[in-house]
Design a protein around this ligand. Structure first.
Ligand SMILES: [Zn+2]
Length: 146
């Protein structure tokens, strides 16, 4: 088992519709195909809801909170604004590590670093975090800029 800091509890009941949530292989989500080396996810069994979240590799620990389509899109759209602040191959990187970037983002958001994960963010947090990251880029924020 890999070590995961602050694991979230396994979802058993959908937070959107209250239906049962089960651990599935992700072919149940992606049209009959399995994706990734660890193709598991928690999926709401209500066919009109189908909120889901992936799991950490080699564990059954959810990557975040169960997300509907709108929230999954917000997480996917907003996270790249953060990724480009620390990824080594990013020309816009202002942090030298992911941990450093997360500590900074947590401080900006006013939340504990232990709760600062894209998979935990709700819609408003995704948008706020993305806006902060966009503003930071190129403004001299961060350790490389000091
Ligand atoms: Zn549901």
């Amino acid at each position: 088992m890999s070590k995961v800091k602050n694991p979230l509890p396994v979802p058993t009941e959908c937070r959107y519709c209250g239906a049962e949530v089960r651990l599935v292989t992700n072919d149940a989500i992606y049209d009959g195909r399995r994706y990734g080396k660890w193709p598991y996810a928690y999926l709401c069994q209500n066919s009109s809801c189908r909120a889901y979240v992936g799991v950490h590799p080699k564990t059954e620990i959810p990557l975040g909170t169960l997300a509907n389509a709108e929230l999954r899109k917000a997480r996917n759209d907003c996270k790249p604004h953060f990724e480009r602040l620390w990824r080594r191959d990013s020309p816009d990187a202002i942090f030298s590590s992911r941990d450093e970037a997360y500590r900074w983002l947590a401080g900006q958001l006013g939340i504990p670093a232990s709760q600062c994960h894209w998979g935990w963010f709700e819609l408003d947090m995704c948008e706020l975090a993305a806006a902060i990251c966009k503003e930071a880029r190129g403004s001299g924020y961060g350790c490389r800029g000091l």
